[in-house]
Design a protein around this ligand. Structure first.
Ligand SMILES: [Fe+2]
Ligand SMILES: [Fe+2]
Length: 224
């Protein structure tokens, strides 16, 4: 069975990840490199493991998490769809079975809040893991010199303010909880909502797909 370490060491994946990070940096978006992919990979797998899914599903979630943003090497727009097709080709070339590669493809193709919806356990875990990675280390300088859009600016402010964000899973309460700590001297909690409202809604839908509730705690206050 292919593991995420096989994927991480593949020359084609290494090249694509490097080019994706370069393109995202050129556009001035928040960091989408190996750091983000590794965190999302680990969290996706942990979510499925903690809710009692098989190791096969955990491995697929780890792989989907690691590859989910590789479409950024094509274009930021529709990166979920382009990345899904790239991942399918890479994984079948590496010997993954067609059904498993399809599972990874559809999880990646559905991870973005613009068009995506949870369509499987792997997909639901990937959505929650991806949307939970908010951190100041993700803010990048725009090297093209182009003006940042209002949306990019607020994204940066929210990320700069985010001291911590992590997921915990409580199988007894059947709840997946996202805990965020924000420095409110940098950005008000309202800014977090302005940016993340649609993402939190998608996380709720994803948790419901897993038959769990989704909880949100910001600076010790329960918001969901
Ligand atoms: Fe993405
Ligand atoms: Fe992502």
């Amino acid at each position: 069975m292919l593991t995420v370490n096989d994927i991480k060491n593949d020359k084609e994946v290494i090249a694509i990840m490097k080019k994706s990070a370069e393109q995202i940096e050129a556009l001035g978006f928040t960091e989408h490199s190996v750091r983000h992919s590794s965190i999302v990979s680990k969290r996706s797998g942990e979510i499925l493991r903690l809710i009692g899914k098989s190791e096969e599903r955990v491995h697929l979630a780890e792989i989907a998490g690691y590859l989910h943003d590789i479409g950024n090497c094509v274009c930021r727009e529709a990166h979920a769809q382009s990345g899904a097709m790239l991942a399918y080709q890479i994984l079948t070339r590496m010997g993954m079975s067609y059904p498993d590669a399809c599972d990874v493809m559809m999880a990646i193709g559905n991870h973005d809040e613009k068009f995506g919806l949870p369509v499987s356990d792997v997909s639901a875990a990937l959505i929650i893991a991806d949307k939970s990675d908010v951190h100041k280390s993700r803010v990048r300088k725009n090297i093209t010199g182009a003006e940042l859009s209002a949306e990019q600016n607020i994204h940066d402010r929210v990320n700069v303010a985010a001291e911590k964000s992590y997921i915990t899973v409580d199988p007894n309460e059947r709840e997946i909880l996202l805990t965020v700590e924000i420095d409110i001297s940098v950005c008000p909690v309202m800014d977090y909502f302005q940016i993340y409202f649609s993402r939190m809604k998608l996380c709720q839908t994803a948790a419901a797909f897993l038959e769990y509730k989704f909880g949100l705690m910001i600076n010790g206050a329960r918001l969901l």
